[in-house]
Design a protein around this ligand. Structure first.
Ligand code: IVH
Length: 701
């Protein structure tokens, strides 16, 4: 019983950690299969001990990825807003938009929702999607308490689209978190992503269990005879729709700017997170005259507030070792809320950065974070020093294998652990990478399995001391593995209440039979042996060889033998493979233990060639994008940028890294920066990820 209770606790902590990472940090620390197995084990144990079920993650929102919702074409597209970041930019917009009056209101940090009412009855709720086509979340929206299913009053339009934001009020979000903490889990860090995850649940009862709210701020398709945005809000309120109390009609630009400043000063007193103010021309006829660009209306502007800064204590500076051995110092902080999320760690990049920032261990530091951006330490608050602060010394040895750290080349700032073959940290990261979506996409080989397979546990060696043995693993190699429970944030072992490292059976059930992960892993590895050559190439962790280069190499050469026998010049001639990549491939194969990996994999049955390929240079690809140069930039929603690029190449196109006159079109997602501006400057077509996928789907139908 006490064993079961302990295991239940352990599983809950792991599951909460993985959910948190998935929902708020956009990180997948385990494969879906590994996650499912952990949840299954927990449910089974809870079935045996129903008295322990209260507050379990199995009783709350599922951790499953958003599933597929039916597409909904918006009658009127859902647009974005242009931004102003300074008073000058704001006044320039006022000049273009006319002298007022302006309707001013908070910009809610939530996710956009469109509600369609027919004759006063809610018939459809849809997310924004790509602006033209969103996802049908009607069942979920019906569970949100302040969304009316039927409008009040009478003489409702035959059809009207109402637009607004869905979000958590800060107090509700905090309560939700307190519940998670009480259950021993790690709290959600960011209300926006949590709201998005909660709305886009296939099981609407999950949405119902979350106290989501909506505020409406406009409309799409609607034949109305009203004169102003403020009149619209009055009517929407009369219909029982939730509108903000916090709007103001400003007569001129000065009053509007006062609103912006007042709102900024009181932003934390508002019930929900805001990320700026929205200023709209109040008159609907003036709005119609101003019109819109392809992206946003000209009659509205979002005034964005600068990134938030907070002070917190720098507890320690530790060093992590990445897949290629790079040693990266990172700050361990007293956890702090900034810009809507909790921050506990921040990367410091390298020892020069630590010096340049002038931070000492024990300092109070200024931390900055803007929205989804990675948190950054700006510097110390020197006035708060008391003399106990200590300077950070970059360790001279690898924290995991004790090898001497050294720059890879003379003059490099970054230090690396040179023990790439058997440093546990590097090996663990490489093995997990082999299982990742960009490489061999092996469901049961995520971070947890990779750790279990590579942890040196005295007196036994781990089953893998290099990736060479991966495909020859047998059940008997797996069964004895006891695994340290690692903290996925730091990669360091977790300890129990007595300070001893936590150790669990990973591949074996209590009765000695193999665990499901063990069986799944072996089956998955078998399947992976015949995956496409480019995936094998990616999984070798050759520097600079990601999916795009790997596809180009695989298409051109057709086998690992042909690739590794090619001279650097021959390699560099392949479209998409430059001299840096060519020399990194030559360097990789010059290591005898790397050759050993290929040999062992081949002996274990891994297919190191493309069946039917006729040798170097023989394949030219046909497809929808044949001969086109396409740039993918910004973050993508349904898959990674590399996966979109892989689709481009699969269809005969070239996934280029920079925009030029030769670019056929650009696929841009949130966060797209200079490449997007360059495309706009050159008048090159820019499309969304959704539109790209639609083109593909149409052509392959
Ligand atoms: S008006 C035609 N008002 O911010 C688009 N949008 O970053 C008119 N948002 O797409 C949008 N609060 O989803 C408007 N008070 C507000 C808003 C708001 C949040 C969202 C909206 C928009 C996005 C642009």
């Amino acid at each position: 019983m006490s064993n079961d209770a302990e295991r239940i606790d352990e599983l809950r902590i792991q599951i909460e950690r993985f959910r948190t990472a998935y929902y708020q940090e956009d990180q997948t620390l385990v494969s879906d299969a590994e996650y499912d197995l952990l949840e299954k084990e927990l449910k089974e144990l809870e079935g045996k001990h129903p008295e322990l079920i209260e507050n379990s993650p199995t009783q709350r929102v599922g951790g499953a990825a958003a599933e597929v919702f039916s597409p909904v074409t918006h009658l009127d597209p859902m647009m974005s807003l242009d931004n102003a970041f300074s008073v000058e930019e704001f006044l320039a917009w006022c000049q273009r938009a006319g002298s007022g009056p302006y309707l001013c209101e908070p910009k809610i940090d939530g996710l956009a929702l469109s509600l369609t009412y027919e004759n006063g009855v809610l018939v459809k709720a849809a997310t924004r999607g790509d602006g033209s086509v969103g996802e049908d979340v009607t069942q979920n929206a019906l569970t949100i308490q302040n969304i009316p299913h039927r409008l009040k009053g009478e003489k409702h339009p035959v059809v009207v689209e109402i637009r607004g934001e869905v979000f958590f009020e800060s107090k509700d979000f905090e309560e939700l978190n307190a519940g998670i903490v009480a259950a021993g889990g790690k709290p959600f860090a960011n209300p926006r992503n949590c709201a998005s995850g909660s709305l886009r649940q296939k099981d609407a009862s999950v949405t119902a269990s979350r106290p989501l709210k909506m505020l409406v701020h406009g409309f799409g398709a609607w034949q109305s005879d009203l004169e102003s945005q403020s009149q619209v809000y009055e009517l929407l309120t009369a219909w029982g729709l939730p509108t903000t109390k916090r709007y103001l009609v400003a007569q001129d630009e000065k009053e509007a700017f006062d609103f912006i400043q007042n709102l900024q000063a009181t932003r934390h007193d508002i019930e929900h997170e805001i990320d700026g103010a929205v200023i709209k021309v109040d008159s609907l006829s003036a709005q119609a005259e101003l019109g819109k660009t392809s992206r946003a209306p000209r009659w509205a502007i979002a005034y964005k507030y600068p990134p938030e800064q907070v002070n917190t204590k720098l507890l320690d500076i530790k060093v992590s070792i990445g897949r290629t051995g790079r040693a990266t110092p990172y700050a361990v902080l007293v956890p702090v809320q900034v810009a809507g999320s909790e921050v506990e760690f921040a990367t410091l990049h390298n020892q020069d950065q630590v010096k340049a920032k002038g931070v000492l261990i024990g300092d109070t530091v200024v931390l900055r974070k803007a929205g989804d951006v990675i948190p950054e330490i700006l510097g110390p608050v020197v006035a708060l020093r008391d003399g106990t602060e200590k300077e950070f010394q970059m360790p001279s040895r690898c924290p995991e294998c004790q090898s001497e750290l050294a720059p890879a080349a003379e003059g490099d700032v970054d230090l690396r652990c040179p023990n790439s073959r058997s440093c546990p940290a590097q090996l663990r990261e490489r093995i997990a990478y082999i299982g990742s979506r960009s490489a061999l996409d092996i469901e049961a080989l995520g971070y947890v399995s990779a750790s279990a397979l590579t942890q040196p546990l005295e007196p036994k060696d781990p089953p893998l001391t290099s990736e060479a043995g991966l495909f020859s693993l047998k059940l008997e190699n797996l069964l004895p593995i006891k695994s340290l429970v690692l903290d996925p944030d730091t990669g360091l072992p977790k300890h129990d209440s007595e300070g001893k490292p936590k150790i669990v059976d990973f591949f074996q059930k209590k009765d000695g039979s193999p665990s499901e992960v063990a069986l799944k892993l072996l089956a998955n590895l078998e399947e992976a042996k015949t995956k496409p050559l480019w995936r094998i190439l990616v999984s070798l962790s050759i520097r600079h060889v990601g999916p795009v280069a790997a596809r180009a190499l695989a298409d051109h050469f057709g086998s690992t033998t042909a690739i590794f026998e090619a001279s650097a010049e021959e390699l560099a001639e392949v479209e998409g493979v430059g001299p840096t990549l060519a020399s990194s491939i030559s360097e990789w194969i010059s290591e005898p233990w790397h050759k050993e990996i290929l040999k062992s994999w081949e002996e274990a049955g891994v297919q190191l060639h493309t069946p039917g390929h006729l040798g170097p240079g023989s394949v030219t690809k046909d497809g929808l994008f044949k001969g086109l140069s396409i740039v993918v930039t910004g973050s993508m929603e349904s898959m990674t940028r590399e996966e979109i690029e892989a689709l481009v190449i699969e269809q005969g196109g070239k996934a280029a890294s920079s925009v030029s006159k030769k670019t056929a079109f650009v696929v841009a997602g949130p966060g797209a920066g200079s490449k997007l501006s360059k495309a706009e400057e050159l008048g090159i077509e820019v499309i969304t990820e959704q539109a790209f996928l639609q083109r593909l789907a149409q052509s392959t139908q």
